[in-house]
Ligand binder design. Structure first.
Ligand code: SAM
Length: 213
């Protein structure tokens, strides 16, 4: 794996940037400081890998901005050994951050091209999610539920019921909700039927592609 001192230095600067934007969780900052983001990007963008920006990854999709990854991950409150479901594997970067936090990661991707790439790529740089699934994130992953937390990394026009139903009691769903602009939203399942909801400001994501019939 080509991860040089130069890349490590650039990652330190990136950490300072996301700290200055309000990310405080030491475990999240440490996880982000370890993941070689430049390896998740197409060669044409490698020089920009440690800017706090999203970049194209093919199939009209993006690797999210590091601040956004940190923000969502902080809201998840991941503990070692947690069972975490990600909707929208994309480049695999967010999944790698979750692996660094010691989570058992399940991730769903709906674009075949990205799925095929990421399924081989992550183990090649020593990240081992429990499962990467080619499928429809609106449905969640019933056979592995319940989850300690679920993160959606694309803009959802509404909150899929299946995702709420697949949370443990006490489990957390972090989901950007909205059509053009999304509001980052946290749901905590406080009992079988009751969820607390809190909103955390506006973000802009690529859309969560329509449900498959
Ligand atoms: N988490 C990714 C990363 O770390 O690179 C970035 C995700 S990108 C902003 C959103 C991803 O969600 C894309 O890869 C897209 O193909 C995927 N996606 C969109 N709709 C989906 C759906 N219905 N089910 C699963 N994945 C979906």
């Amino acid at each position: 794996m080509n991860d040089s001192f130069k890349h490590k230095g650039l990652r330190k600067k990136l950490i300072q940037t996301i700290k200055s934007k309000g990310i405080n969780n030491k475990n999240v900052l440490s996880a982000i400081s370890k993941v070689p983001r430049h390896l998740f990007m197409d060669s044409g963008f490698i020089d920009h890998a440690y800017q706090d920006k999203p970049f194209p990854i093919g199939a009209n999709q993006t690797i999210s901005q590091p601040f956004t990854v940190a923000f969502q991950t902080e809201l998840l409150e991941v503990n070692k050994g947690d069972k975490v479901l990600e909707v929208g594997t994309g480049s695999g970067y967010q999944a790698a951050v979750l692996c660094e936090l010691g989570a058992n990661v399940f991730s769903i991707e709906r674009q075949g091209e990205l799925y095929k790439k990421v399924v081989n790529f992550l183990p090649s740089i020593n990240y081992y999610p429990k499962k990467i699934i080619y499928g429809d994130g609106y449905k969640g992953l019933e056979e592995e539920a319940p989850f300690d937390s679920i993160i959606v990394t694309a803009g959802a026009p509404f909150v899929p019921k299946a995702l709420l139903n697949q949370l443990k009691i006490g489990g957390r769903l972090v989901i950007p909700v909205g059509e053009n602009i999304q509001v980052m939203t946290l749901y905590i399942r406080v009992s079988e039927k009751k969820f607390n909801m809190k909103e955390y400001g506006e973000f802009q994501f690529v859309p969560l592609l329509k449900e498959k019939e």
